[in-house]
Design a protein. Structure first.
Length: 167
């Protein structure tokens, strides 16, 4: 198995692992702040947006980001919503297969981008309800920062009402 194939399998596992028992507006706020906290600890500057069922529940742009990061988030969200997978997983798979989102899937580059940082917001028993997306760093770094923040948030000792992984 190639290193890329192993990475794709690991990302598939992330999507199975990093799911919520429940997700409400308060969870979005707490998660968004946790992602911003992770970026601050890493000395990075990002924009983050969280959507549930088409409604933006959280958005924050740290100093050093621009409106262009919002456009990247929109395009990453479109990829996550179209494929039901993280935008980085889709990007790597498409690259591995020698394809492009535009030529092989008919997805215009103005609206879709194969780049890291978008992740499906999945609630157990309900499926994908939205997206959690960051922009501001190189592909792999956007993805890794988001995964680290999600993992820490879901593994914290919190009541299920706060969106934790639960018992």
């Amino acid at each position: 198995m190639t290193q890329l194939a192993e990475r794709l399998l690991a990302m598939e596992e992330e999507e199975r692992e990093l799911q919520f028992d429940r997700f409400d507006n308060e969870t979005a706020l707490e998660l968004g702040l946790a992602i911003i906290g992770e970026a601050k600890r890493a000395g990075k500057s990002i924009t983050v947006e969280i959507y549930r069922e088409g409604q933006r529940l959280f958005a924050h742009a740290m100093a050093g980001t621009s409106a262009e990061n919002e456009n990247w988030i929109r395009r990453k969200n479109n990829v996550v919503n179209h494929f039901g997978q993280s935008s980085w997983r889709v990007a790597l798979r498409v690259r591995e297969d020698g394809q492009s989102l535009e030529a092989d899937y008919g997805l215009p580059l103005a609206d879709y981008v194969g780049a890291g940082g978008g992740f499906p917001l999945i609630v157990r028993g309900e499926g994908q309800l939205g997206t959690i997306t960051v922009s501001g760093l190189p592909d792999q770094e956007d993805h890794d920062l988001l995964i680290a923040a999600l993992r820490a948030f879901l593994n914290r000792d919190a009541e299920p009402s706060r969106g934790g992984a639960g018992a």
